[in-house]
Design a protein around this ligand. Sequence first.
Ligand code: FAD
Length: 314
Amino acid sequence: MAEVVVVVEASAAAGVKKVTLEMLTLARTLGTPSAVVFGDLEVASRLGEFGAEKIYVAAGEDVEGYLVAPKATVVASLVERVQPAAVLLASTQEGKEIAGRLAVKLDNGLLTDAVAVESDGTATQGIFAGAATVKSKVTRGLPIITIRPNSTTPVSAPATPAVEQLTVSVSDADKLARVVERVAEKKGSRPELTEASIVVSGGRGVASADNFKLVEELADLLGGAVGASRAAVDSGFYPHQFQVGQTGKTVSPQLYVALGISGAIQHRAGMQTSKTIVAVNKDPEAPIFELADYGVVGDLFKVVPQAADEIRKR
Ligand code: FAD
């Protein structure tokens, strides 16, 4: 079976991200997964656990000290050498940028935001900010596909990967923007927003930064992450890194709880592929109810504490 190159999303702080395991699972539909790791990360065993037969490691100042351009060059030269059946990357800011540069370098087609792939390379993509899905296929060169986090459940398939150190050779043209400082995001006990299987988000209806404690409390009881609408972020209730929507993060959890969020199209763009949506809103006409699987018409300051009490009892 042909090799399918998966570009690993990982960080020294968080290790291998769940989307990488999802990509390895989807890659097995297309062929035999191999993985490209940037940096000297202790990730080999996790990748092997999910079916990577080969791990390519690209380390050193030339890739780690610069932004994404050298990474695209490394993947492009690997692709030219091994001629894989496809390349999968995560639909994250970095994954999409590498994918775009890779497609230009290789003169290949690119599909972004895929939620599923079929054995012939057909991808199901979210389009129009997630308002519709479409099935597409690359018609020029090998498929380069970015996978949206939480598209599938990672399934293990233990393999014993061979590890190959890549010789990194990047030109000065790839070194135009240098990393001058890395500041790790403060990591609390909550899961990362885009990787979480439960997300509890608050909107303008939460009414203050202080009241967001209610949203956090429910998220913690459910073991979920906290999100926010843009109106909540713009009002200073919660930091921007937690914004869900067109100009924020895209989430696709098993359960999305929307508290005091009206359900504007730009917010939906970031959460409408969630498997189950629960909305609490005091306005029965709020558009979020068109999308919700379960809706509670009521005051969130009454409903959320009651829900929290019930969960505590279980
Ligand atoms: P509102 O629309 O004001 O809704 C508040 C809701 O809370 C209401 O439905 C109200 O009935 C309910 N409520 C009030 N009090 C209570 C209570 N006590 N109990 C229960 N319910 C209550 N928005 C995003 O979220 N993410 C984005 O990424 C984003 N990007 C955008 C990009 C562009 C280019 C533009 C133009 C807009 C964007 N927006 C985005 C903004 C978007 O259009 C909406 O303005 C925003 O989503 C509204 O947020 P909200 O639902 O919290 O606030």
